[in-house]
Design a protein around this ligand. Structure first.
Ligand SMILES: Nc1ncnc2c1ncn2[C@@H]1O[C@H](COP(=O)(O)OP(=O)(O)OP(=O)(O)O)[C@@H](O)[C@H]1O
Ligand SMILES: [Mg+2]
Length: 113
């Protein structure tokens, strides 16, 4: 079974998350620059005495498709390296993946990730 792990994390935690994953053999990933908000609905800055609502904050999204037997390991590696303990540390979403095809060789499934 293959699983897609999507993690939305702080930009400044990306390098540690990448290194943590690579050190355990997880190389393949896709990264996006995104903007988002969680349950604080963004936050309010005091800009020269005026309130400035920043409702979509810049974050980084990474996506990895992995063997589902590695799921706990990958979730732990991402969580450990993305963690600061402050609000806005991010979130991890998990999805089933139906198929993966390596275009160059035609390999499929776990052989292709
Ligand atoms: N329910 C959601 N659906 C989609 N994306 C979300 C959701 N919640 C959070 N995100 C994304 O994750 C990013 C980080 O969210 P965040 O860590 O602030 O979540 P939170 O639920 O507010 O937790 P915390 O209280 O720790 O801040 C958001 O900027 C957004 O991109
Ligand atoms: Mg939040």
């Amino acid at each position: 079974m293959m699983i897609k792990v999507e993690a939305i994390i702080r930009q400044e935690r990306l390098d540690d998350v990448k290194v943590g994953l690579a050190n355990e053999g997880f190389f393949g990933m896709t990264m996006y620059n995104v903007r988002g908000r969680g349950r604080q609905k963004g936050y309010v800055l005091d800009f020269r005495g005026r309130e400035l609502r920043v409702d979509l904050l810049p974050k980084v999204k990474i996506e990895l498709v992995i063997d589902d037997r590695d799921l706990d390991k990958v979730v732990n590696l991402i969580s450990k390296n993305a963690y600061t303990g402050e609000i806005g540390d991010g979130k991890i979403f998990i999805y089933p993946v139906k198929e993966v095809i390596r275009i160059r060789t035609g390999e499929k499934g776990l052989q292709a990730i």
